[in-house]
Design a protein. Structure first.
Length: 316
């Protein structure tokens, strides 16, 4: 194992992140009771330009008035892009009016680490100004060709900065940025022999795991296709993602199902750990279980399953 190791800046259960437009306050109560782990109240793409200012007011009121923490929900805000007139006031108003109740800020369309640094600097100053003791985390959307080209540097520098917690794959804008042909948001193109998002998700996930960040898959647009959503979630989970977006409350349970280790998998992981513990007591570095060799790498994989299951159980 390398002597260079990056520990996670924050540990959170993150099986599903529900997107809720800030311009639709009637959706806030439903989101509160959806059973989701993380919610992001959206000030960006889901809000029309004429509704931006009112959406910000709606979000601030919802953060202050609703008991998100009591429902076990991590609260994130997707601010407007750094290239817009809205971003600065988003951050200032949020921290001045409800900063003690915000868990993370989600930055859209991150292209270079400097984008993250700008938000970090604003958070540093505003937290001091407001006397906030709770450190607000940062999450980044990797959804452009530039962002994917720089994803390793964004992950590394962001992790060193201490606020960056997670990277999200924004498939729709990523497809547009690459001029990719696709049938729907997050769906597969039948002309491609396999999953055309495999490389992008895998690259982002490797960057996350190298630097102690959570890897989250983005949206699946057809909320009337639950099997399509679960297939996309399973592919992301197979590559190492620990959660996925929901753009509709009906997708929350689907994501929770996919990203919660089944009881049989947890039981097998515990058997692996028990078998290896017994082998170690006998001076052996490996063991056989169910006709298969298990070793130190097996122990690490089993620990991942058991620790994930324990974190979900503790949250419940």
């Amino acid at each position: 194992m390398s002597h260079t190791l990056y520990e996670a800046n924050a540990q959170r259960v993150h099986r599903c992140e529900l997107a809720v437009p800030g311009s639709n306050p009637e959706m806030f109560e439903k989101a509160l009771k959806s059973g989701v782990d993380v919610i992001f109240l959206d000030l960006e793409d889901a809000v029309a330009p004429d509704d931006k200012l009112q959406a910000r007011k709606n979000v601030i009121q919802a953060i202050n008035d609703l008991d998100w923490a009591g429902h076990g929900i991590t609260v994130s805000i997707r601010i407007n892009g750094l290239d817009t007139q809205y971003m600065v006031r988003d951050i200032v108003d949020l921290l001045e009016q409800c900063g003690d109740k915000i868990d993370t800020i989600l930055i859209p369309k991150v292209g270079v680490y400097s984008d993250v640094y700008m938000v970090e600097s604003m958070l540093n100053q505003l937290e001091m100004q407001q006397g906030l003791t709770k450190k607000i985390g940062i999450e980044c959307l990797i959804e452009t060709a530039l962002g994917m080209a720089n994803v390793e540097d964004i992950a590394k520098q962001g992790a060193i900065g201490g606020r960056l917690e997670a990277l999200h794959f924004g498939v729709a804008d990523y497809a547009a940025s690459n001029r990719a042909r696709t049938t729907n948001i997050g769906g597969l193109n039948p002309d491609y022999p396999g999953d055309q998002w495999h490389f992008a998700i895998s690259r982002m996930t490797v960057a996350c795991r190298a630097y102690g960040l959570r890897a989250i898959d983005g949206p699946f647009g057809d909320f009337k296709d639950p099997e399509g959503f679960k297939d996309a979630a399973r592919r992301a989970a197979a590559l190492g993602c620990e959660g996925k977006w929901a753009i509709h409350p009906s997708q929350v349970a689907l994501a929770n199902e996919v990203f919660t280790p089944p009881a049989s998998e947890v039981e097998k992981a515990r058997r692996i750990l028990a078998a290896l513990k017994e082998a170690a007591a006998q001076g052996k570095g490996a063991a056989a279980l169910d006709g298969r060799l298990i070793d130190a790498a097996s122990e690490k994989m089993a620990n991942n399953v058991v620790s994930t299951a324990a974190a979900i159980a503790a949250k419940a």
